[in-house]
Write a protein that binds this ligand. Structure first.
Ligand SMILES: Nc1ncnc2c1ncn2[C@@H]1O[C@H](COP(=O)(O)OP(=O)(O)OP(=O)(O)O)[C@@H](O)[C@H]1O
Length: 249
């Protein structure tokens, strides 16, 4: 059974002009998919819709064998869809420990889950008493991912993992996601601007252009032939040459 099936998904901010259309996406348990695409392609919109923070105007989302109610963050989390948003949404004035403990609220095995997170991110174990706002960008991202992992996601959605981070920091975090996917069977959808780094850890890439899937291909194929990625992006740039994409191909 697939971890996530998204069929004919359509969503956006205005009724008659969806900015994500016809999205069919299936992820197996333990699979890491990087969601790529130029600025404004609809990557964040798709993740927000999967996380129930936007209501879809068409299509369906299924996690395991359960249909997920659209537009309900609570239903999404209960189904196992957990989002790490691009702003990380940490409680900056609370300690690392408190941020993690809050995520254990209402969870059975909360303490064990917290311990597991510290095993994935030993850097956080040394910073438990420090306020989240005092952490480095990389540590904040680890905390945001750690907090999401405490929710025991079946599907982990990570938006702009590298936002504000040096590539070397991104390189240290990405393999941990791979390990999480392999050890826990968590499916991961990763939005990442450093395309070559994302392709190193992903099984598959999905390239969104103007809200629709323009290319879906095994990461190994795209690593061997990056021109396929460039081709999909360039198609978008021809139509939108002033957008100033910040993506690092
Ligand atoms: N809150 C909003 N209200 C109205 N339109 C929005 C809103 N957020 C995004 N959009 C528009 O929706 C479209 C898709 O944006 P989205 O942020 O999903 O793209 P993205 O692929 O994540 O881009 P980026 O890489 O720049 O973050 C864009 O045209 C954007 O201008």
């Amino acid at each position: 059974m697939s971890a996530l099936v998204c069929a004919g998904l359509e969503a956006g901010y205005f009724k008659r002009s969806p900015c994500v259309r016809n999205v069919d996406l299936t992820l197996d348990a333990g699979e890491v998919v990087c969601l790529l695409g130029p600025n404004g392609a609809g990557k964040t919109t798709l993740l927000l819709t999967l996380a129930g923070l936007l209501t879809s105007s068409a299509g369906s989302v299924t996690v395991g064998d359960s249909a997920v109610k659209s537009g309900s963050p609570r239903a999404a989390v209960r189904s196992g869809l957990v989002l790490v948003p691009d702003d990380r949404a940490l409680f900056r004035g609370l300690s690392v420990r408190k941020n993690l403990q809050l995520a254990t609220h209402g969870r059975t095995r909360g303490k064990q889950a917290l311990g597991e997170v510290l095993e994935y991110f030993p850097a956080l174990a040394a910073r438990l008493k420090v306020d989240a706002g005092q952490l480095s960008g990389g540590e904040q991202q680890m905390l945001a991912i750690g907090r999401a992992l405490i929710q025991q996601p079946k599907v982990l959605l990570i938006d702009e993992l590298s936002m504000g981070l040096a590539p070397v920091v991104v390189e240290s975090i990405l393999p941990i996601l791979r390990t999480v996917a392999e050890q826990r069977g968590t499916a991961v959808v990763l939005v990442e601007q450093h395309v070559h780094l994302a392709l190193e850890v992903a099984d598959r890439a999905v390239i969104l252009v103007h809200g629709e899937i323009a290319l879906e291909e095994a990461a190994a194929v795209l690593r061997r032939d990056p021109s396929l990625v460039e081709g999909a992006y360039l198609g978008a740039r021809k139509l939108n040459s002033t957008s100033g994409s910040s993506t690092d191909l």
